[in-house]
Design a protein around this ligand. Sequence first.
Ligand SMILES: *Cc1c(COP(=O)(O)O)cnc(C)c1O
Length: 397
Amino acid sequence: MPGFELFGDLERKEVNDVLDNGVLMRYGFDGMRNGHWKAKELEHELANTFNSHHVQLVSSGTAAVSVALASAGVGAGDEVIMPTFTFVASFEAIMMLGAIPVLVDIDDTLTLDPEAVKAAITPNTKAVMVVQMCGSMGDLNALQNICKQHKLLLIEDACQAIGGTYEGKPLGSIGDLGCFSFDFVKTITCGEGGAVITNNEEYYINADHYSDHGHDHIGNDRGAETHPFLGYNFRISELHAAVGLAQVRRLPEFIAIQKKHYTILRDAVASLPEVTFRRVPKGGEESYAFLNFFMPNLEIARKVVENFKTNGIDVCWNYFDNNWHYVKEWNHLKNQKSLFPLSSEVKQGLERIKNTSFDQSDHFIGRNISCLIKMSWTEEEVILRASKMVDAIKAAL
Ligand SMILES: *Cc1c(COP(=O)(O)O)cnc(C)c1O
């Protein structure tokens, strides 16, 4: 997955454009820029890539999720349904707005179970956030239908699935708003950065203003701009955007490499009858950023990961005990370890998470093994890795 593996001359050239004129900020300073508008160019490029009307770059993927929710009016006391398996950013982005994260089970797609989503809807529910984890996606038609029926927003966190598609549409472009991260370990990197995409003009204008202190961005005198509403600073810098601009142009090349490596590993592991694969919804195509498969039980899955380690097979994980990605170890969240006071609604919401058992999620995450697909491997290395993986799995059975 990591775009940093293939950092080179193209990235350097874009960064040097920015260094040559010294305008490191994305807004203003028109006269000094020598025509370089890297953030704007990257937004344009991303709009084409995602077949989406509007793109707002921001400072991180976490900021993207928070800005997306804020732009659609989600805030204090609103409930946002999110999965038990994701990155901590999901609840951070929700709580930053004073909204309440409502955690629900995942299914064999490793993303939101539509039935669990339905069961979690209350009069306070405002949005459903599907997190397209590990290069694939949820049952988007089912989720979209639920959202339509209950008049809820569908927010797509596609941070780990850039380049994947569903019924021919890019992941991220299907919900009301989509979110991407360009942090250092994502398929496309800016170093740090993120993007909100949407076809809704009002949400876009909100995101544009909100991510820059509420500036209306009308005219070319920044000091004279008005503030139609309150905002914060989630801006990306020109230096970061320049790196991303070189990277996004290489996305098709990156996805093709991931697919090639993924396919070699998958075909090898598929020869073992005990191995089953994560379900990709009908009409979906993965981004091939990860290969995910299930072992018969948690004990065997743990043994497989151990055997992988002793045989030099890195970047493969069982996320059951992972404290970044799975609810079981999110003790800071469950124990409400906040530096500042939380509202009583948020506290009650977190209390509920502490007192809920997520057996269905445990069933899938406990048995899952998730292997990152690197782009810098040679084909020989991938073939060798595949046969080592097969041997290590056999030894654990
Ligand atoms: C990386 C990631 C984020 C957050 O991105 P940052 O840019 O690191 O803030 C959010 N959601 C998911 C699923 C991610 O993998």
